[in-house]
Design a protein around this ligand. Structure first.
Ligand SMILES: Nc1ncnc2c1ncn2[C@@H]1O[C@H](COP(=O)(O)OP(=O)(O)OP(=O)(O)O)[C@@H](O)[C@H]1O
Ligand SMILES: [Mg+2]
Length: 254
């Protein structure tokens, strides 16, 4: 990958948290190059620094040393071309679904009228068109998570950061969401960094899987998932898919 072609470039990243009592070294040394339009999963044990890495790339957390660049520009605060989906949907309970989806427009100081059609289009694409005027408590957990995805996409960011977005969902809803996410990704051609604990989910979704070591984190392996696209759930039954799963499990257990 050349200098110009990397969408996300992380070099010599270190992150040490200062707590009142001591220091916690979360990330020791991370290098990462992600091309425009790539789907990358980040896999690693609990507490290894996955969320920390994602929040630094999103400009939501300062780094200790090293550089992080998105689209060739150094990241130090949240960027307009980046959308973030957190582990919990964190919707505003008093706002309608439509108003939740439009929230980034308001906080970016853009004109809401210009984005209403797009909000409806996203809701329709995620199967929520009948719910624009409902409030979050009237939706299931999976539906709320879809609202959070619409919200992350409303301002048309070309980089999507997702931190275990489906971990709270039951297995069936999760399968559906994975398929839906791939559909969105194929349609809108975003670059995606997707944090997960699930090896199968990582293999199903990704072009490449970055495996992180236990804390303090380094990227211990990068596995290219050479499975055909578009991918349907049936691919999980193939020997090729299960070889990737077994290989990654071996790397993580090592
Ligand atoms: N605000 C903070 N202050 C101090 N230490 C922190 C803070 N946030 C995270 N840490 C520490 O940094 C390490 C990495 O945390 P992080 O949340 O990035 O892990 P993770 O890989 O996302 O874990 P999980 O899979 O459980 O979500 C942990 O050991 C944690 O104790
Ligand atoms: Mg985390």
């Amino acid at each position: 990958m050349t200098e110009a072609s990397a969408h996300v470039r992380v070099e010599n990243l270190r992150k040490t948290y200062q707590t009142r009592r001591d220091e916690i070294e979360a990330i020791r040394e991370v290098q990462m190059e992600v091309a425009e339009g790539e789907f990358i999963s980040i896999l690693g044990p609990s507490g290894c620094g996955k969320s920390t890495l994602l929040m630094i790339v999103g400009g939501l957390l300062p780094l200790t040393s090293g550089t992080v660049a998105v689209g060739g520009e150094s990241v130090s605060k949240p960027r307009r071309d980046t959308g973030v989906v957190f582990q919990a949907p964190v919707l505003m309970p008093w706002r309608t679904i439509l108003k939740n989806v439009l929230f980034p427009i308001e906080s970016l100081g853009l004109r809401e009228e210009d984005y209403i059609d797009r909000a409806h289009e996203l809701l329709e694409m995620t199967g929520l068109s009948g719910f624009a005027d409902n409030v979050p408590s009237e939706l299931s957990g999976g539906m709320q998570q879809r609202v959070a995805i619409c919200r992350a996409l409303i301002h048309n960011p070309n980089l999507l950061l997702m931190d275990e977005p489906f971990s709270a969902l039951d297995a069936m809803t999760r399968d559906l969401m994975n398929q839906e996410l791939l559909r969105i990704w194929e349609e809108y051609k975003k670059t995606v960094l997707f944090v997960t604990h699930s090896i199968r989910e990582a293999v199903f979704l990704s072009d490449r899987v970055f495996v992180m070591s236990p804390r303090p984190a380094v990227i211990s392996e990068i596995v290219t998932i050479d499975l055909p696209r578009p991918r349907e759930l049936a691919i999980e039954e193939t020997p090729e898919f299960n070889e990737y799963v077994a290989h990654l499990r071996g790397l993580i257990e090592h």
